[in-house]
Design a binder for this molecule. Sequence first.
Ligand code: 26W
Length: 836
Amino acid sequence: MTATDHTPESAHPLGATHPLALAPVTGPASSVDGFVRQFLRNLNYERGVPLSASTPNDRYMAFAMTVRDYLMARWLEDQKRQREAQAKGVAYLSAEYLLGRQLDNNLLATGLSEIATAAMETCGIDIDDLRAQEVEPGLGNGGLGRLAACFIDSLATLGVPNTGYGIRYEYGIFRQTFEDGQQVEQPDSWLRLGSPWEFPHPEAARTISFGGHTETYDDEGTERSRWVPAWNVLAVPYNYMVPGYLNGRVNTLRLWSAKATNSFDLRVFNSGDYEEAVRSQTFAENISKVLYPEDSTPQGKELRLQQQYFFVAASIGDFLASLPADFDPANLPDRIIFQLNDTHPVIGVPELMRVLVDEKKMAWEDAWGITQKCFAYTCHTLLPEALEVWSVDLLGRLLPRHLEIIYRINDEFLVEVRERFGDDEMRIRNMSIISEFPDRSVRMAFLATVAGAKVNGVAELHSQLLREKVLPDFNEFYPGKFTNVTNGVTPRRFVRLSNPGLSTLITEAIGPGWVTDLERLRELETYAEDTQFRDAFAQVKAANKRRLGDVLRARDGVEISDGHMLDVMVKRLHEYKRQMLKLLHIVTEYEGIVSGRVAASDVQPRTFVFGAKAAPGYVMAKRIIHLINAVGSVVNDDPRVEGRLKVLFPPNYNVTLAERLIPAADLSEQISLAGKEASGTGNMKFALNGALTIGTDDGANVEIRELVGDDNFFLFGMSEPEVEALWARGYKPAEFYQADDGLRRAMDLIASGAFSGGDKTVFEPIVSNLLYDDRFMVLADYSSYIAEQAKVDAAYADQDAWTRSAILNVARCGFFSSDRSMRDYIERIWHTPPVI
Ligand code: 26W
C-alpha cells in the first residue's frame, strides 16, 4: 500500500542494493539551530528570498517546508516499510476530505512544537503570524468529509497501511459571506498562493476514459467485451502527508487533479480558432475544478458522475499498478480493502470488474468473487433523497461498459433473490439495483450493498434503522453483512491542538497517554469531585471563551459578553437538523422579555452562536439563514434584552472556526428530529471539550447519553418510534401551534414582520411551511425543548455542579475517538492489523 511513485520507470538505475539507495533518509537536526538552518535554507533556496525581503507568505511557506522536511524521512521510511511488509492495507475512497489547517497538526506529529517556536523567535518571527497565513483546504461539505480526515489521521497513528484517495478540487467548499443577512457564496481559491503540503507526481498520471461504446470480440474462442471510449483525461496525483502522532509513521493522502491529455491543439490554434484549441483542455480540467456544495440532495449532474469515476478509476488503477507485475489478482482480497465513503465512489465496483474481466481476462465468476471481498460500504445518511441514483441514459452514455457490467451484476443478483424468495415480484422490484420509476436508473446504495463484503451505519441507532427501515430486504437476504461502527473524532486536532488548556489539565492529572488512548479519560471521573480541579477546569473554559472573543473580534468585529452561557449550534443548515427549533427558543425568550411577561433579570444571560452553510440551491435553508440573521440583528439592538440575549452568526463556519468555537462552548445543540441524523460528530467534539449537550435521542446522541449518564445530558423530544407513531397517526403541526401559547406567540412574532421591518412576506414561507408541512416536526418537539431549556438555565445557575457535569462528559466520552472507530473497522470489516 505504498503511494509514492511506483511506475516501473521510477525504479532507480542504481537498483535497490546500491548503498546510496539503501542509505536511510535522514531529517534535519532536531534542535533550534537545526530548525533555523533548515528554515533559512527553505526561505533562500525554495522561496528564493532573504529573510529581510521575505513576505508573510514566504515565511509561512518556508516554515511549512521545514516542518515537512522533519516528516519526510519518516514518510519515505514508512512507505518503504509498508512496501516490504506487503501487508493488507485500506484504500479509503472518499469524494470529500475536510482536512482543516495542516501546519499545527503536522508540527504536533513531529513533537518539535517548542523547538520550532524558539527557532522562529530567534528569527524574529511570531509563529502565530505564520499560522494565520494558512488557508484550510475545504475539500468537503461537512460530516462525511471531516470524518474521512479524522479516520486517515487515526489510521496513521495506529500504524495501519492506508492511502486516502480523493479529488484535488481547485475550488473547495464556497466561502460564505452575508449581505443583508443573506448567504452569498464566494469561490474558494485555496490554491491561489500554492500549498506547501502537496507533492505533485505528473509522471504517475493515469489516463481515464469516458464515453464511446462497447463491442464484443472473439478472443481465441472466448467471447469478450471491450470498451472503446470517446475521450480521455489525465489524472495527476498529488501526495499529502498524513503523519501519525509521535509514532514515526506517515501515511499518504493521494488526491487526483484532472489535466487534458493533449493540453493544446497547435493545429487548430494555427488555423486561428484559438478557443477551440484550448476547449478540450478546459473541458477535461473541469472535472476536478470544484467540489459540489450539496450535502444531502444529489443534483444528478453529469460532471458529478465524471468526478466520481475519474478519481475512483485512477485510484484503483494506481493501487493495481503498485503490485508486482506477477501478482495473482485472486489474492487481491489479502492485499486491499476499498472502503466506500458513502455511495459516491461505488462506480469503483464495475470498474474493478471491468479491469479484472476485460483487461486481465478473468472469468466473470472469479472476478465477482474477488470484487465482493475487496469492497465495503459505509452509509452516512437516512434521508431517502440523499441516496444517489444515476439514470441509465447518463450512465450508458458516459460509462457504457460499466452499465453493461451493472446490468449483469443485477441479473445474477436477482436470480439469487428469486431462488431464495421465489417469484415475489414486489420484492424483486424493491431489491433490483435498477429501478424503473420515475425513470430507469441505478440505485447506487443497492449496488454498494450487493457488492460490499460489509455494510455499516455510523451509529447504533442509524445501523438499526438501516437494517430495519432503509434496507430491510437486503438485511434479510445477507445475514451478517450489516454491521455498525459508531463514528469518532481525532483527539489530536479536536482536544490536544484546539484546547491546549484542557489538554495540559488532563495530562497533569492522568499523564499524556490519553492522546492516543482516549478511554484513559475515564480516570478523570474522580477529579470531578475535586473542587480544585473543578476550578481549574472552569478557568480553562473561561480562557477559551476569551480566546474565542479575540478571534471573533478580529474576524467579524463582534464581541462576546462575559458571564453569558455560550449556547452553540454549528453544522450544515438543513431542516432535519432543526436550526428553526433553536430559533423558536430564542424568539420565545425574546418575546417573553419584550412583552413584559418575563423580567429580564430572571433570564439567564445567553449568547446563541450559529455556524452553518447552506447548499446554494437549497432555498429554504438560505431563507432560514436570513431569518436567523434578521432575528439576531433585532435582538442584539434591542436595549430591553441587552446583556441577556445575544445572537452571533459568524460567517463561513469551517474547521478552523470550529477549533476555536467548540472549546469555548457551554451548551451543545444536537436537536435533529429523532431518526434523521445518522450520527453527528460535532456532538462528540463538544462533549470531549466539556460542553453539556441538549439533544434528542438521535444518531450518536443516544450513545453519548448512555455513556455520560442521564444526569449529565439534557434529553428532550420524541424518540424515533414516537416520531414514526405520530407520522402514522397523521401529523398536524397547526394543532401544536394552537395548543401552545408560547409557540403561538413566537410564530406570530415572526409572521408579524417584527424581524423584517414589518414586511410580513419575507419569512412567510418559513412560517407557513412549519404550520402546514413541518416535515421534521419542529412544532411537535417545541414544548419539550423549551421545558428542557428551562432546566438548562436552572442547572447553569449552579456553576460548580455544571462544571462537575462537564468534567464527567469529558471523562466518559473517550469512546468517541476515531482511533476506536478504526479499531472497530479493522476488527469487524477490514482485518488490516497495524504494521509494526
Ligand atoms: C449530494 C450528495 C450527498 C449526499 C450525502 C453528499 C454528501 C452526503 C453526505 C453523506 C452527507 C453527510 O455528510 N452525512 C453526515 O455524515 C456524518 C459522518 O458519518 C454523520 O455524522 C452525519 O450524521 C451525517 O449527516
